[in-house]
Design a protein around this ligand. Structure first.
Ligand SMILES: Nc1ncnc2c1ncn2[C@@H]1O[C@H](COP(=O)(O)OP(=O)(O)OP(=O)(O)O)[C@@H](O)[C@H]1O
Length: 321
């Protein structure tokens, strides 16, 4: 028994291809460490996209007790697992812990999880309590819904995700620990080609329309794109979301704002507006690229209502200790 929780078994869901193969390496290290410590665990390898969600739902339906689900992968893998768990009826929710093995690892930064796998594992083994983190929830005008642990972006950042994911050099740069460089290189390409668009934002007390929006991001914690602070004041502990709308007035002022974005100061730009709340609504037109937690959504007109929900993670966070 450890404080409020008693864990005797770890089910591990791992994505071997996350971070261009980092998932496989991290999984091997974690497996060795748990084996040496003679702890009870089982590795469940994901063989295709969508399988982390299926595995998580399978475990959730088993009403496991004294068990923690450890996820090894990037933000996309963790997203799938938490989405699967939140969409499965559970008597008491299966707690989640996370060992980052992706490229950007923004969730780990936002929650305060060590990015070195064996330290992250030690944080899990040392955990005394559950920590109910905030999770962003969205529903669109076609009643399709989903979650985000990091952010939901349309425009500039989503176009970068699209270009980076379709880039042939992504794997090479990731293997040489240059994933952020790949993001920056694509950002320059997007800057040259991406036009502005219209966004209408509604909060509990106001409606505002932006005719020249360029970047629209709703965040659950500060980080995007591998450590860029798009919402520096946001916290995963708070039951609210932060929406940043950056406008493109002229190319030169946009360049200034994007430099501020890269430096983590976009919310200080004269051309940025920040909205906060537990419920935010906005529509985007014409069709724009969208991304959730770094995974592409395709190019659509968006009409979204964002709210908050909660899910229990192990208290792995350096910040909360
Ligand atoms: N064996 C697999 N082969 C291909 N894709 C997989 C496999 N297992 C899981 N996936 C999918 O890969 C997607 C991306 O995973 P993830 O975000 O964890 O890695 P990444 O994209 O390399 O990391 P990052 O988002 O940090 O760049 C997820 O949607 C996940 O479902």
């Amino acid at each position: 028994m450890v404080g409020g929780i008693c864990l005797v078994h770890y089910e591990i869901i791992t994505n071997p291809v996350s971070g261009s193969g980092k998932g496989r390496q991290v999984s091997r290290k974690v497996q060795q460490a748990l084996h040496q410590k003679r702890l009870s665990f089982r590795i469940n390898v994901s063989h295709h996209a969508g399988q982390p969600r299926q595995l998580a739902q399978q475990f959730a339906r088993q009403s496991l007790t004294d068990t923690c689900l450890i996820v090894i992968g990037g933000d996309g893998t963790l997203h799938e697992v938490v989405d699967g768990l939140l969409n499965t009826q559970q008597k008491s929710p299966l707690p989640v812990a996370y060992i980052p093995a992706g490229t950007g690892n923004d969730f780990a930064r936002g929650y305060g999880i060590a990015r070195k796998p064996l330290i992250a594992l030690q944080q899990i083994l040392d955990a005394h309590h559950l920590h109910w983190i905030n999770v962003g929830h969205f529903v669109n005008s076609h009643h399709q819904s989903g979650i985000f642990l990091n952010n939901f972006g349309t425009g500039f950042d989503a176009a970068i995700v699209h270009r980076t994911n379709t880039s042939r050099v992504k794997k090479f740069l990731n293997q040489h620990h240059l994933g952020t460089l790949s993001y920056v290189a694509k950002a320059i390409g997007v800057l040259i080609h991406q036009p502005s668009f219209t966004v209408k934002v509604t909060t509990h007390d106001q409606t505002e329309t932006f005719q020249q929006a360029y970047l629209v991001v709703t965040s659950n914690h500060p980080f995007i794109g591998g450590g860029i602070q798009v919402a520096p004041d946001e916290s995963i502990d708070r039951s609210e979301l932060e929406l940043v709308v950056l406008e493109k007035k002229h190319f030169i002022t946009l360049l200034g704002s994007i430099i501020m974005f890269a430096a983590g100061k976009v919310t200080k730009s004269r051309h940025a507006r920040v909205f906060r709340g537990s419920q935010l609504q906005y529509s985007v037109s014409p069709a724009q690229h969208g991304q959730i937690d770094g995974e592409e959504l395709g190019c659509h007109q968006f009409n979204l209502t964002m709210t908050c929900e909660k899910y229990p993670f192990l208290e792995q966070s350096i910040r909360t200790k």
